[in-house]
Ligand binder design. Structure first.
Ligand code: FMN
Length: 347
């Protein structure tokens, strides 16, 4: 029997890599772990597919030996399926189980999955209870603030989840209807954290040390969860651990990308089929990497909200830096070919 106090302690003081479809691929998680992410988690797996042993969902539960504590995240609409999926996740070797009640995608919420449960507190409570009864694993429950600004109910949902046996919560500080349009509301995260005794991890808009420090001062959270910040700059975890920024040179940024490509080749293989997957993921990641900007403390603190929510031009006119900051797909393809050929600074 897991000691519940120990299960809760697992989440205290952590800087976690968020579960992310595509972005949370195994080599990228390993990459973030190497930079100092305390925990990593696979992307959302659908309970009904796991129960049918879908090959994709089974593959997505794989972890790298360097990862840990490692979570498996499941989403569903029926308590009995969540229980069965929880057992499968435990058998697959998860260190903790993560229940997703935040996914905003229409296709999912129409089926009662993800954020749909925010509107049905009794159903959400039943799913938490079913997963709790099925496995002994530390249980993390992920919430958004509520369905809409008119229906913010995270404190109520947090209390229900705690009563049904959740060991910790993640609160993404936006509603389902807001998606990413609004800045994360850390006052609302704070209110939710105050509503329960279990650890609450805050999630939303952390890109720099100063974002994190400002939010920790604002909300009594036990730790933070980083998603897009980690996609834009995987070294954010090192910055958060060391408490100071790192401004990589152009050569260092190429080296960071080349390192991901190496990890991805190791995982997917470097035969024709493997390389096609490495290319697909690298191009996808360039869609975030190009958004890196060397923000200073003054840039961040000049506004109430994080620069992650703003589009900012690259400062300066160095052609290599402009290439890395380009949002054009053609430029991303150029970068990919140069990575493949080792034709870049620092190679
Ligand atoms: C590409 C991408 C995929 C995501 N996939 C998932 C997912 O599978 N499960 C989940 O709980 N959240 C998912 N999220 C949401 C993040 O975990 C996080 O809650 C959200 O992005 C807010 O954090 P941020 O402001 O640090 O980005 C995803 C986010 C992104 C950007």
């Amino acid at each position: 029997m897991t000691d519940r106090a120990a299960a809760r302690d697992l989440f205290r003081g952590v800087t976690a890599l968020a579960p992310m479809a595509m972005g949370g691929n195994l080599p990228y998680r390993r990459f973030c772990k190497q930079y100092g992410a305390d925990t990593t988690c696979c992307e959302m797996l659908l309970a009904h597919k796991l129960v049918k042993a879908s090959r994709l969902e089974i593959a997505l539960m794989r972890r790298h030996p360097e990862e840990g504590p490692f979570g498996i995240q499941i989403a569903g609409s029926k308590p009995e399926l969540m229980a069965e999926a929880a057992r499968i996740a435990a058998d697959a070797g998860a260190d903790y189980l993560d229940l997703n009640f935040g996914c905003p995608i229409d296709l999912m919420v129409r089926k009662g999955i993800g954020a749909a449960a925010l509107q049905r507190p009794a159903r959400l409570a039943a799913m938490v209870a079913a997963a709790r009864a099925a496995v002994d694993l530390p249980l993390l429950v992920k919430l958004r603030l509520g369905w809409s600004e008119q229906k913010v109910n995270a404190p109520e949902l947090a209390r229900l989840a705690e009563a049904e046996g959740a060991d910790a919560l993640v609160v993404h500080g936006r509603t389902r209807e807001q998606r990413y349009r609004r800045d994360a509301d850390w006052d609302a995260i704070a209110e939710t954290a105050r509503a329960v005794a279990i650890p609450v991890l805050g999630n939303g808009d952390i890109l720099t040390v100063w974002d994190r420090d400002r939010r920790l001062a604002q909300a009594p959270v036990a730790g933070v969860v980083v998603a897009r910040g980690a996609l834009i700059k995987p070294w954010v975890f090192r910055e958060l651990k060391e408490g100071r920024p790192w401004y990589p040179t152009v050569a260092e940024r190429w080296a960071v990308m080349a390192r991901y490509v190496a990890l991805a080749k190791e995982h997917f293989g470097d035969d024709e089929k493997g390389l096609a997957r490495v290319e697909r993921f690298t191009l996808w990641h360039l869609g975030f990497w190009h958004r890196y900007r060397p923000f200073t403390q003054a840039d961040v603190l000049a506004q109430e909200t994080s620069p992650i929510q703003r589009r900012v031009d690259w400062p300066g006119d160095d052609p290599e830096e402009l290439l890395l900051a380009s949002e054009q797909e053609l430029d991303h393809r150029r970068i990919w070919s140069r990575l493949l050929d080792g034709d870049h600074p620092g190679a």
